[in-house]
Design a protein around this ligand. Sequence first.
Ligand SMILES: Nc1nc2c(ncn2[C@@H]2O[C@H](COP(=O)(O)OP(=O)(O)OP(=O)(O)O)[C@@H](O)[C@H]2O)c(=O)[nH]1
Length: 424
Amino acid sequence: MVNLNGVLNISNLSRALLIRILFFSGFFTLLITSFQLYSDYQRGVLDIQREAELSIKQTEESLAAAVFELYDVRVESILDSINSFNAFAEVTLIVDSKLPGYNSINYVVTKKWSEDAIKKEYSKELTYKALNIKIGKINYKLNSSPLKEKIFSQAWTILLSQFIKTIFVSAFILHIFQKFVIKHLAEISTWLNNFKPDTSYNPKNIDLESDSSNEMTKLKSAILEMGQQVYRHTIELESMVALRTAELEKLAYTDGLTGIANRSAFFSRAEAELRKSHRLSYDVGILMLDLDHFKSINDTFGHEAGDNVLKLVADTISTCLREIDMFGRVGGEEFAILVPGTDKFGMQALAERLKSAVSNTDVSFLDAEKKISVSIGYTKIYPNESLKSALKRADENLYSAKRNGRNCYVTEIDFLPKVVNQTD
Ligand SMILES: Nc1nc2c(ncn2[C@@H]2O[C@H](COP(=O)(O)OP(=O)(O)OP(=O)(O)O)[C@@H](O)[C@H]2O)c(=O)[nH]1
């Protein structure tokens, strides 16, 4: 059955199809109807002509006799009787001028009965057969009005029936098109619109009919397969990008030699921690460490040995720290530690722990007798103080420690005594 709802509520594609069907159907209907009506018209003209010839044949002898006998009233009456035959629009009788009694002048009688005449003029010789005398000729035009009426009513019938047929055929084609094409295209379009290659791939939202030889089912399967591949590749790509990003981030933020945070990573993390400490009002200390006489290690044992010492020291320091402490290599043989949630006692204890841990580090791979040490400068970061300003103070303390003979730690007098320990 034709689904009228579907036909009336049509998609753009269906509308385009409908317009084309109506246009082509209308065009060909008009063309075929015109041919048909033209040939019917030609046949109709022949029929009228035959009827006219027959009518003339029936009256020919009596008309010839009336003309020959100069019986004008009878001539007129016979010509009028010809009017009873529908075929004629106009009849003209032309009597031969040589006929006795007509005095070398053509005697012409024209009878006009209808305006609707076929343009062509027909002619018929008039002979008085009883005496075998040529009387003249009858010229006549055929009456087209009955034929026109017939052709017009025929045209209306054909056009109306073709129009109704076109409407039903179009509705039926649209219904089929809607059911077998549009419905599936709409489904595919909705599915593709909802398809997010990185988050959702839902094959159940596409209805795969059992007939797998159907082109639409094949198209849907191909789209689902393509969607699955795109989804899989997107997920793979995203996890690969995440992995690479993590690796790159690690490379960007990690010191290649020691594996701890590099200078920029240390400063950005320390700044963030400092903002947090200002907001939540907890104490933070900062500590700077510098290896003592490191140049001599490089010079004596080589750069590679120096690298190993740096790695060893970084590992040693890491073992002395809490998870929340931030440790970074901020220069060649210089390290910094941001210590959240601490006080002057905690800082001093940490400095002491670091100093002794480094000096107890086994560097026998350099020389059995060789010992290493660090100088430490530390300070408290005051509320709303910048990292730069606190670092400057810690650095000054570090250089004080260097000046004080190294292998020691220094902080300000009001945080602790200027020089709190010195082993040399
Ligand atoms: N092996 C190695 N050496 C480095 C690295 N970065 C810096 N250095 C060296 O560390 C040395 C630092 O020397 P100085 O600044 O004179 O300091 P120092 O010899 O430790 O003397 P003080 O700090 O005064 O005790 C230089 O020789 C640098 O070449 C590194 O990544 N690897």
